[in-house]
Design a protein around this ligand. Structure first.
Ligand SMILES: Nc1ncnc2c1ncn2[C@@H]1O[C@H](COP(=O)(O)OP(=O)(O)O)[C@@H](O)[C@H]1O
Ligand SMILES: [Mg+2]
Length: 320
């Protein structure tokens, strides 16, 4: 049995805002084994990015981890002091390709300068030349010309910039990489190239990954497991084929029905009526019940737990 590189248990991260407490990550549990890709999907605002930041041990203010456990390579990181997290965990063990990172590259510094900075911080005694060599090695790995270290962000295409930020996440050889919507801003051809790159990295480096997207059609391509998030919770989780071909939760079924598929009548494309709830005052019971066509009395009153409904297939729904 492969070991778990990431174990998340009952994780809660809330934003303590003036308007109230936003329960953006609410009792989330899952595991990732070495070399495994977990696809994380759900509509915008359901807490995917919040979960990513939390796993890096850096919830955005005013967010705080209020409960739960995150083990990276067996080590508990919840409660570690920030200097330890910064030196030993973040980027070293778990790295993140932030949503929109390719547009956040600093325009006044060369790619090389931006890549060697974290290496010099994390590796004492490494010279600038050695750091630059390392940066170039990773640029090559993601399919870029290593001479790009001398270029500025504005000289690169969107796809090239996305490859640069992927290379940056890999620099410290982390065990887990979280990729937050890495293809969302790109055209379909470049999207496909980036997906292929991620698959290659998974194979060649044995990389474990959390691949976040709101686009389920991409997920089946790359994921071993899929977790569906709704209103701060994982509502279904399991083997990617099972989720894709035998979705159990009405929310997953609706999400899948909303994907345009080739050779199908486009007029039949469904959408999910209503909007995800406000996470300050989420609905009682199952958070999806106001939008669910199968809602029963119990769904309005009691929250369903995530249960194993089939081997390695979990769902939180009273119908099951
Ligand atoms: N810094 C913040 N302060 C307060 N609320 C936030 C903050 N960041 C995100 N949220 C809220 O948390 C919820 C989840 O957001 P997010 O994690 O960005 O979702 P997703 O990535 O799935 O689109 C949303 O309701 C969003 O408004
Ligand atoms: Mg997001």
């Amino acid at each position: 049995m492969a070991t778990n590189v990431l174990e998340v248990r009952n994780l809660k991260m809330y934003y303590f805002t003036n308007r109230g407490v936003v329960k953006a990550v609410d009792n989330v549990s899952f595991d990732i084994k070495k070399g495994e890709v977990l696809g994380l999907a759900g509509e915008s605002g359901c807490g995917k990015s919040s979960l990513g930041f939390t796993l890096m041990g850096m919830p955005t203010p005013p967010g705080k981890i209020v409960d739960g456990s995150i083990k990276v390579d067996g080590r508990e990181i919840v409660g570690l002091p920030d200097d330890v997290l910064r030196k030993e965990v973040r980027w070293e063990k778990i790295a993140m390709i932030f949503q929109g990172a390719m547009n956040a590259l600093n325009p006044v510094y060369t790619i090389g300068y931006q890549m060697i900075e974290p290496i010099l911080y994390h590796r004492e005694g490494v010279s600038k030349e050695e750091a630059l060599d390392r940066a170039q090695k990773y640029l090559e790995l993601v399919g870029l010309d290593p001479e790009i270290v001398y270029r500025y962000p504005h000289e690169l295409s969107g796809g090239m910039k996305q490859r640069v930020v992927i290379a940056m996440a890999l620099l410290m050889e982390p065990s887990v990489v979280i990729a937050d919507e890495p293809t969302t801003a790109l055209d379909v051809i470049v999207q496909a190239q980036i997906i292929n790159l991620m698959k290659k990295l998974k194979k060649e480096l044995g990389l474990s990954m959390i691949f976040i997207t709101h686009d389920l059609s991409i997920l089946s391509e790359i994921s071993d497991k899929i977790a569906i998030m709704y209103a701060g919770k994982i509502v279904e989780y399991g083997d990617s084929e099972k989720i894709y071909y035998e979705p159990a939760h009405p929310y997953t079924q609706k999400l899948l029905a909303a994907i345009p598929r080739l050779h199908e009548d486009v007029e039949k494309l469904e959408f999910i009526p209503g909007q995800p709830p406000n996470l300050i005052n989420p609905p009682k019971g199952c958070r999806f019940h106001p939008r669910c066509s199968y809602a029963m009395d119990i769904c309005r009153e009691q929250e369903p737990e995530l249960k194993e409904i089939d081997k390695d297939h979990y769902a939180a729904c009273w119908l099951l």
